[in-house]
Design a protein around this ligand. Sequence first.
Ligand code: XLS
Ligand code: NI
Ligand code: NI
Length: 440
Amino acid sequence: MALTSWFDAIPAITYEGPETDNPFAFRWYQPDEKILGKPMKDWMRNAVCYWHTFRGVALDIFGPGTLARPWEDGSNSLDMALKRTDVVFDFLTRLGVEYYCFHDRDVAPEGANLAETNRNLWAVAEKLKQLQAATKVKLLWGTANMFSHPRFSQGAATSPNADVFAYCANSVKEMLDVSKHLGGENYVFWGGREGYNTLLNTDLKREQDHVATFFHLAVEYAKKIGFKGQFLIEPKACEPTKHQYDFDAATVLGFLRKHDLIDHFKLNIEQNHATLAGHDFCHELAVCAAEGKLGSIDSNRGDVMNGWDTDQFPNDYRECAQAWTIILANKNGLGTGGLNYDAKVRRDSYDLEDMFHAHICGIDTWARGLRIAAKIIEGKKLAKFVKTRYASYDKGIGKEIESGTTDFEKLQAYILRKGEVAPNASARQEYLENLFNGYC
Ligand code: XLS
Ligand code: NI
Ligand code: NI
């Protein structure tokens, strides 16, 4: 369905297989093909992010934006916001994704005062609702931008200014209402400027208590309005603040537990945020998966040669293959989550077609990884190796340890009787790396 004509030079993107020469085709992603009993599209749940793809102009600290999108009139008006939605949904349908994600400020501008700001948001939300109904594209998650405007310069719920906390309550309340209205399947909290730049001016405990209070209020409000979407927290180690409170998955899980919020949240793991924390992506996924808390993925990558959040489109299908082996350990995969391409084209990728190349590459990277992971899982060799590695806990003293039926005295008596531990088997890392490569 052609809503506008900006992308008429680009054909609808379909699957043509690995041998195709057509750059506007998927080589690995065939939406309805079943992998491990489920269509690829239902495992992946691909989403386009509104902010990078439709509001990003590729400015950097050395120069202004370079992406002059022909549909933009240069204003940040409500009128432009409404017109832009048609272009967004045209792109989504041509690309063939079923989901999108947005912040309040991506879709609608602030007004002269807060009441007008809220009215702007609802005006666009109504239009989005119509477009969703017409195209069947769904909202993977909504969120509120509580980090761009100067009022948030010292934090949102962690700001030392209580009025900012109240302002943020309005933002999240409205976006929960909007997300419910649009059938959003999740709601994301990324702690924009929730962190500190110097401890010399910061009461760290008070700030963390404030954000916990904020989350409790959000949980209560969602319950009150009957919003059924999954709440997600997106960890990030640093940037924009020197130290972000939601540093990594383990930190967030500890925080949630401490503040009695653990039952209400899962995590949204972003590849480039994992590396900022000094972890690899799969580490973050494994930490969440171990606690049944893997909610969704923001997919992008950094650059191994520098250390910031470059938000490039993912292209490492081997990393995605390993990621899928962790995701698919849960038989529901990502559940209500999905793969949100939280990534931006480079500053010198000016053309409209670059928007397509970028997403085709990202989607195909994950699709190829999924195919590889399915073979690894069906081959059973890796899983069998890991199971065997822990076999000493399946019987005898190991079983007693796991079932909690032993104590230090009994363990000491056992090992004194033996005199020495049984020899350790090789961990076979190189064998396993080679085995993994065999599937790629
Ligand atoms: C920034 C984050 C942001 C969140 C949504 O680094 O990735 O884009 O995903 O607020
Ligand atoms: Ni990010
Ligand atoms: Ni993100």
